[in-house]
Design a protein around this ligand. Structure first.
Ligand code: EPZ
Length: 429
C-alpha cells in the first residue's frame, strides 16, 4: 500500500488549482441514469470515487467516454465525461460495489424514477458513523414507491411511476435531498421538499437537472419545488469547484505559513470556514482568479467551531481545522454535530504530539508549541488530509499509511503541495 512521507517545516507559496467537487460530480454522474441521451460533464476530478462510480454505472449498462486532454490543458484540468444510459441492462447495484462507497446507493432514485424498479445493496457501515438510509427510503415511499429489504438489498418498485408529494425531512440530509430531487424530477405531478439541504452541490445538481429539462425551483433554500416531467434530455454541465478541497488547502497554508492563491475557488461556498480561518489569524482575500490565503509569522489564535449543515461550518473540514488548532496559542473547542463518530483523527494527531481531549461530540484542543513527525494511519478521507496538514508543520518526518483514502477525494495532492514548496513524497508499494 502506498505511503506519503512529509518533511515538515516548509511554508507554502504559489498557486494551487482547485479541482471539480467530488461531492457534486458523484450525484451529477448518477443523474445520467435519468435520460437515454448523453450527459456531458466537464471538470470532473480524477479520483478513485469517480472511477468506482463509473464502474457501477457501467454495470447498469451506461456507456461512457472520457474525452482526451485538449491542447493547453494540464494534468489538473478536470476530465470531461460523456455518459449515456441509452440501454439499461441491469437495475441491480451489487454489494461488492455499493459497499465501497455510500454515494453509489443514490442510483436507486434515477433507476426507480425512470424504469420503475431498482435493487440496490444497503451501503453498510462507515468509519465516520452508522450513516443510515432511512430518510432516503422514506422520501421514495412518500413518492409512491414500494420498498422491501431482501437479503441485504433494498428492492424499490413503482411500476406505474412515482407520484409527486410533499416530503418534509425531519433533519437536513444532503443524500436525502439529492435522492428526492432526482426521483421527483420524473414523477407525475408536483413535489415539495421541506427542510431541504442547501449545500452548493445541491444547487449544482438542480442546475444540471434543469438543463436536462427538469423543472426545479428553490434549490439552495430549505424549500425546493419540483414539477415532474415525462422525460429528460441530454445536456452539458460543468462541475463546480470543490469547496472542501479549497478549505483544506486554505487550512494547510494557515498551518504551514506562506502565501497561496487557490485558483478557481469560490469564497461564497465556504464563508463560515473562511471566517474561522481569519479569526485564527490567516488573511483571506477573494481575487479575480480565486482566493488568496496568507499567514506570515502571526500566531495561530484558538477558535471554537461547531459543524452544521450549509451555510454552517462543514463537517468535511472539521478534521483539517482541528489539525490547525493543535498549534494554536490556547484552547479551542470543536463540536461535531453531523456524524457521531468523526473523531478518528484524534488518536493519530496525538501521535504527532497534539493534546486533544474528547467529551462526547466535543473535542477540546490544547494548542502545543510543536508537533513532531511520526508514522500515522489514515482512517477516512478527511481525517487523512488532516494528518497531511499536521505533518506540514511537524518537525521531522511524518509517514502517512493507508493513503488510498486520500486518493478517493484529493486530486494530485502531492503535486499541488510540492509545487508550493512542501516536501511531500509518495512511496509506492
Ligand atoms: C454528504 O454525505 C457528503 N457525501 C459527506 O461527505 C458529508 O460529510 C455530508 O454530506 C454532510 O455534509 C457526499 O456528498 C458524497 P447526509 P451524506 O445525508 O449525504 C443522517 C466526504 O468526506 N442521515 O447529509 O451521506 C446521517 O447519518 C463525505 O466527502 C440519517 O439519519 O450526508 C448524518 O448524521 C463524508 N438517515 C446526517 O443525517 C438518512 O437516511 C447528515 O447526512 C440519511 C442521513
Amino acid at each position: 500500500m502506498d505511503r506519503i512521507i512529509i518533511k515538515g517545516g516548509a511554508p507554502l507559496n504559489g498557486v494551487i488549482p482547485i479541482s471539480g467537487a467530488k461531492n457534486a460530480a458523484l450525484p451529477l454522474m448518477t443523474a445520467s441514469l435519468l435520460t437515454g441521451e448523453t450527459l456531458e460533464l466537464v471538470n470532473v476530478p480524477r479520483l478513485a470515487d469517480v472511477s468506482l462510480l463509473l464502474r457501477i454505472l457501467t454495470n447498469h449498462g451506461v456507456d461512457h467516454t472520457i474525452v482526451g486532454r485538449r491542447p493547453g490543458e494540464s494534468a489538473e484540468t478536470g476530465q470531461t465525461l460523456r455518459l449515456q444510459a441509452g440501454t439499461i441492462i441491469d437495475t441491480t447495484a451489487p454489494y461488492d460495489l455499493v459497499s465501497r462507497m455510500r454515494a453509489s446507493f443514490w442510483v436507486i432514485a434515477p433507476l426507480l424514477a425512470r424504469f420503475g424498479e431498482a435493487r440496490v445493496s444497503l451501503p453498510g457501515g462507515c468509519a465516520i458513523g452508522t450513516r443510515p438510509v432511512d430518510l432516503l427510503l422514506d422520501a421514495l415511499t412518500t413518492l409512491g414507491a414500494d420498498i422491501d429489504i431482501e437479503a441485504g438489498y433494498v428492492v424499490a418498485r413503482a411500476p406505474k411511476g412515482l407520484r409527486g408529494a410533499e416530503i418534509a425531512f425531519p433533519k437536513v440530509t444532503v443524500s436525502g435531498t439529492h435522492v428526492a430531487m432526482m426521483a421527483a424530477a420524473l414523477a407525475h405531478g408536483s413535489t415539495l421538499i421541506e427542510n431541504a439541504a442547501c449545500e452548493p452541490e445541491i444547487v449544482d445538481l438542480a442546475d444540471c437537472l434543469n438543463k436536462m429539462g427538469a423543472k426545479i425551483t428553490g434549490a439552495g433554500t430549505r424549500r425546493i419545488e419540483i414539477d415532474g416531467v415525462t422525460r429528460l434530455y441530454g445536456a452539458r454541465h460543468e462541475v463546480l469547484p470543490d469547496r472542501i478541497e479549497t478549505g483544506t488547502y486554505a487550512m494547510a497554508v494557515a498551518m504551514a505559513g506562506g502565501d497561496v492563491t487557490l485558483e478557481n475557488a469560490n469564497a461564497v461556498h465556504l464563508r463560515s470556514a473562511l471566517d474561522a480561518l481569519e479569526q485564527a489569524g490567516a488573511e483571506v482575500t477573494a481575487t479575480n482568479s480565486g482566493l488568496r490565503v496568507r499567514r506570515n509569522g502571526a500566531v495561530i489564535n484558538p477558535v471554537d467551531v461547531t459543524t452544521a449543515p450549509f451555510p454552517g461550518f462543514a463537517t468535511d473540514l472539521q478534521a483539517q481545522f482541528m489539525a490547525l488548532m493543535t498549534r494554536a496559542s490556547g484552547v479551542s473547542r470543536i463540536r461535531e454535530t453531523i456524524f457521531e463518530n468523526r473523531f478518528m483523527h484524534v488518536q493519530e494527531l496525538a501521535r504527532l504530539g497534539a493534546k486533544i481531549r474528547l467529551d462526547g461530540d466535543l473535542a477540546i484542543v490544547e494548542g502545543v508549541e510543536r508537533l513532531r513527525g511520526a508514522p500515522v494511519m489514515a482512517t477516512d478521507l478527511r481525517a487523512s488530509v488532516s494528518l497531511v496538514i499536521a505533518g506540514l508543520a511537524a518537525e521531522g518526518e511524518t509517514t502517512i499509511n493507508r493513503v488510498y483514502h486520500l486518493d478517493r477525494g484529493f486530486e494530485a495532492l502531492e503535486a499541488k503541495l510540492t509545487r508550493c514548496g512542501a516536501m511531500v513524497e509518495r512511496v509506492r508499494s
